[in-house]
Design a protein around this ligand. Structure first.
Ligand code: CA
Ligand code: CA
Length: 587
């Protein structure tokens, strides 16, 4: 535990051990906050609330990983397989994992035997923009909680899979859905919503994790009021909500997007929820002059009240669908003898940002993809310096008013980085960023908001930039912005990264491989083909003295649905739906 301080880590571990002597019901708040250090379970999305996806385990390491082999694989079954983007959780010998079409499975971690399955009955009219995926559960007490494609939160009994409570978060008929893993902070279950392509209004909400009662709601489009529930009464909580129309023209804030579709991370140091927001709606930026707060931003939210403490907007007046949802990962580093409380995020727009996590101040930013056309760089506050030649043109100034001038923008709207989470190693002090090199031709068209209909006002085709690769896994130094090493992959990378104290970095590929790299040099140390593309996030944990590693296999997600020329490159890849578990042989 280098970066978060040896003494803190040791004290926390001792506390955890003394507490675990008392009989408790299931997963506690303390279990979640200390998840990264307690290697025998995985009870948070991100392998710890900060989302570093770093494990102190080192039995599987750069020297031993060659011997790692599968011990079991579990199939999700079903006729429709589709993308499997979930991160499994592990607690007391049971794995809790979600699958496509809002399914949850409990699996015996020793044998791979199914303990129970929950299958949400979804209505016909659901509107997920980018495949019927789900990214995982939250655990709290004896509950397994997840969000569904019809925008509900469902809490299941961890022992039986029976429904304990169910809440409607938003109306799926308006285009809302939930695909992110919810997050538990101090007894509250926190969720965002998807739907930015349908002109919904993004929001973050907190519910009592035990009962499902709503505690606060925080819309993420400026002008919408937030509320907190006190003694069953709804009270206004508008602080930092902004006034209507300040950064939006006319009534466009009423359908402004800024979907919080990837959930978030939590920093116990500053008691902040970090949640990103997606594109402003519609994509056609000429319809909405202004910065369009709080779209394409990172928000620091007080988990007790839902108030926005600060925001950092990565793409003001976004015109390229550069959703700012990517995870903001807290980490500390030393500069001039002082500890900097930082947080880093790699944005869909191609720039990586290091912020002061106590107040959102910009520290530095740098590109993490090879070529960016839409901006010439970042100014001293981290605001993009636009190249207006690369903003798709205004259709209303053309002769027939039907199609604005087309531009070739890089990165493509699927992003220098999309949903797939990066990892931070406390040993190498590097971020491992799953990125993609692709371009798009994009143009604007007239559009109007209609409830439950796509609200883009844009057309596009996406294409690769290199014959040899689209995906690039990059080791980035957050202190300098330098690339330390890279691994290039033919297909786009769409799965999360795991870093371990074994000097290893793991990621899966659409070609089906789980790959392990030397964290310092990038040398390929391990690969195993799981039979379908990997678009999930690996985890590792310890059980009966052995280190285990699990990852989902099942090709899908946004690329084959939205990917233009890129989709042609991956059309030979086969679907699947399973979770694989690995370990070293006993000897
Ligand atoms: Ca743990
Ligand atoms: Ca979007």
């Amino acid at each position: 535990m280098k970066k978060f301080g040896g003494s803190f880590a040791v004290t926390a571990l001792v506390t955890a051990m003394s507490v675990s002597g008392i009989a408790q019901a299931g997963v506690t708040d303390k279990d979640i906050m200390q998840d990264q250090m307690t290697v025998e379970d995985v009870v948070s999305n991100g392998m710890g609330p900060r989302g570093q996806r770093y494990s102190p385990l080192d039995m599987i390491n750069a020297d031993t990983v060659q011997d790692m082999r599968p011990v079991w694989a579990f199939s999700f079954g079903g006729e429709k397989q589709r993308g499997q983007e979930s991160q499994p959780m592990v607690k007391d010998g049971v794995m809790y994992v979600t699958a496509s079409y809002s399914r949850v499975f409990a699996v015996d971690t020793k044998t791979g035997d199914e303990l129970w399955e929950y299958n949400a009955r979804l209505p016909d009219g659901i509107m997920p923009c980018c495949d019927v995926i789900n990214r995982g559960v939250a655990l709290y007490g004896d509950l397994v909680i997840f969000g569904t494609l019809d925008a509900k939160l469902v809490a299941l009994d961890a022992k039986t899979g029976k429904v304990k409570w169910k809440k409607k978060v938003a109306d799926y008929k308006e285009g809302y859905s939930i695909t992110a893993a919810p997050q538990v902070v101090n007894g509250k279950i926190i969720t965002g919503v998807s739907g930015g392509e349908f002109g919904i209004v993004g929001k973050v909400e907190a519910y009592d994790a035990t009962t499902g009662k709503i505690l606060w709601t925080r819309p993420t489009v400026e002008g919408h009021m937030g509320y907190i529930w006190k003694d069953g009464k709804k009270v206004e909580n508008g602080i930092s909500g902004g006034k209507a129309g300040q950064t939006w023209p006319g009534d466009l804030w009423k359908s402004g997007g800024a979907a919080t579709w990837l959930g978030g991370t939590y920093d116990p140091d500053t008691n902040s929820l970090f949640i990103g927001t997606g594109n402003p709606a519609p994509w056609n930026s000429h319809m909405r002059p202004g910065d369009n707060l709080f779209s394409s931003s990172r928000l620091a939210i007080d988990p007790d009240t839902g108030k926005i403490k600060w925001h950092f907007q990565t793409t003001p007046h976004d015109g390229w669908d550069y959703d700012g949802v990517n995870e903001l990962i807290s980490f500390d580093y030393k500069a001039d003898g002082k500890t900097v409380k930082a947080a880093a995020t790699a944005d869909r727009n191609g720039f990586m940002y290091v912020l002061n996590r106590t107040n959102g101040d910009y520290i530095r930013g740098f590109p993490f993809v090879d070529e960016i056309t839409w901006a010439k760089g970042l100014d001293k506050n981290g605001r993009p310096i636009y190249d207006e030649a690369f903003r798709p043109g205004n259709p209303t100034v053309t002769e027939d008013g039907k199609k604005g001038s087309s531009v070739r923008a890089v990165p493509a709207f699927l992003g220098g980085k999309n949903w797939m989470p990066m990892a931070y190693s406390q040993d190498t002090e590097l971020f491992y960023v799953p990125s993609n090199e692709w371009a798009m031709d994009i143009w604007n068209e007239p559009t109007a908001y209609k409830k439950g209909a796509a609200y883009l006002g844009a057309g596009f085709t996406i294409s690769p930039m290199n014959d040899s690769h689209i995906g690039v896994l990059k080791a980035m130094d957050p202190k300098t912005g330098k690339e330390v090493w890279r691994y290039q992959n033919y297909a786009p990378l769409w799965g999360g990264v795991l870093a371990t104290a074994g000097n290893l970095v793991f990621i899966g590929t659409p070609e089906g491989y789980l790959k392990g790299f030397d964290a310092k040099t990038g040398e390929l140390k391990y690969q195993f083909n799981t039979g379908s593309g990997i678009v999930g996030s690996p985890i590792t944990w310890k059980q009966d003295g052995e280190q285990f590693l699990s990852v989902l296999s099942g090709w899908g997600g946004a690329v084959p649905l939205w990917g233009g020329e890129v989709a042609k490159r991956v059309k030979h890849l086969n679907q699947g739906g399973s979770v694989w578990t690995f370990k070293l042989p006993k000897s």
